[in-house]
Design a protein around this ligand. Structure first.
Ligand SMILES: [Mg+2]
Length: 362
């Protein structure tokens, strides 16, 4: 048995190379990174992480050190479902989402890394092994960019190898959004996969109004048109807006995905492995989507997530998210001809530059 010996957490503040902006979070200048390092009794190690848009990192770090660090030592690292259930119920009353679920997600990623390393398999093969080459899109966090800056950023993304792009919408006036989407469509040409993301900005009625205005531009999806809590609203937007809907980066449980899928409120479920409950929950969401004949996409943490989507026959696009972490990873995700490829090294293959991170400890 692979008995867990120790859980070590770290909290870091990662400055962004350029400020990011969207309709909900405003201007972002730094992300927080919270890491987990697990060691088992045989000396094998697993690494996991989660991140925030700048706040709550200390609560996540405290949950890992004060709570999870006292719960999981001594447990069998190969019994990931048992560990997940124990941690979930231990933290449930004050948790059930939020910082507790971010912490649990980081732990769960580390457990899967450890298990895959012990099995001498890359994570994508441990989880099912469909196809390592995953279509990938550039997730622009660019609401504040004017048309010229947006097109310049787009040319940079095309040069980097992207063959699908997402842009932010949610400007004050609908005409501003439409003008930017129209300019992007014209720039990219017919058939180039283009998505838009509203970051929960609108009411249901406003989302339907804007979705209809975007309809001529052949979008792959409209993401997070309204708050994640409005399940019935999503069903209306999907039905009346005329554009496929992606959502899920702000869902914190498997059951939130189930409710949204059950009412037809989402066309592209979009879990984030670092906040939905980890690899355990991400894979359940992916399989739930498959059973409903839906593709699955992703949010954030592209270096872990490429393995999860590589495991799934119903995988859609992987989101590549530029949030500054690449500078602290030994071999950051490479994109070629629109695809990212899950590696063949055991585990998820992410090696942090711990020395470099030490300067950013928070
Ligand atoms: Mg989004």
């Amino acid at each position: 048995m692979a008995r867990i010996e120790a859980v070590e957490a770290g909290l870091y503040r990662i400055p962004l190379e350029a400020a990011l902006s969207d309709s909900t979070h405003g201007v972002m200048t730094a992300f927080e990174l919270v890491t987990v390092r697990l060691r088992d009794a045989d000396g094998a190690a697993g690494v996991g992480y989660t991140y925030t848009t700048g706040r709550n990192g200390r609560a996540i770090y405290a949950t890992l050190t004060e709570e999870i660090g006292g719960i999981v030592p001594g447990m069998d690292a190969d019994r990931i479902e048992a560990i997940w259930t124990k941690v979930w119920w231990a933290l449930h009353y004050g948790g059930r989402g939020g910082a507790a679920t971010f912490a649990q997600s980081a732990l769960d990623i580390a457990l899967h890394d450890l298990k895959a390393k012990r099995a001498h398999l890359p994570l994508w093969k441990l989880l099912g092994g469909n196809d390592p080459a995953v279509p990938c899109y550039a997730g622009g966090i660019d609401l504040d960019l004017d048309v010229a800056a947006l097109l310049k950023q787009t040319d940079g993304n095309l040069q980097k190898g992207f063959r699908a792009i997402k842009m932010k919408v949610g400007r004050e006036r609908m005409s501003e959004d439409v003008a930017k989407v129209a300019a992007m469509r014209q720039h990219l040409g017919d058939g180039f996969p283009l998505m838009v993301d509203a970051n929960m900005k609108w009411t249901t009625d406003e989302a339907i109004r804007r979705a209809r205005a975007f309809a001529p531009y052949d979008l792959v999806w409209l993401e997070e048109p309204t708050i994640p809590d409005d399940v019935a609203g999503h069903a209306r937007i999907a039905r009346e807006g005329g554009i496929p809907i992606a959502t899920g980066e702000n869902f914190r449980t498997l059951w939130e995905f189930k409710q949204m899928i059950a009412v037809g409120g989402v066309s592209f479920p979009e879990p984030d492995v670092t906040n939905c409950g980890g690899v355990t929950v991400f894979m359940k969401v992916a399989h739930l989507a498959e059973a409903h004949n839906l593709p699955v996409t992703s949010h954030g943490a592209h270096d872990v997530t490429v393995h999860l989507l590589a495991a799934c026959p119903n995988r859609s696009y992987l989101e590549a998210h530029g949030f500054g972490l690449d500078r602290y990873i030994a071999a950051p995700l490479a994109i070629a001809d629109g695809r990212a490829t899950a590696g063949d090294a055991p585990g998820h293959g992410i090696e942090f530059d711990w020395k470099g991170l030490e300067q950013l400890r928070s």
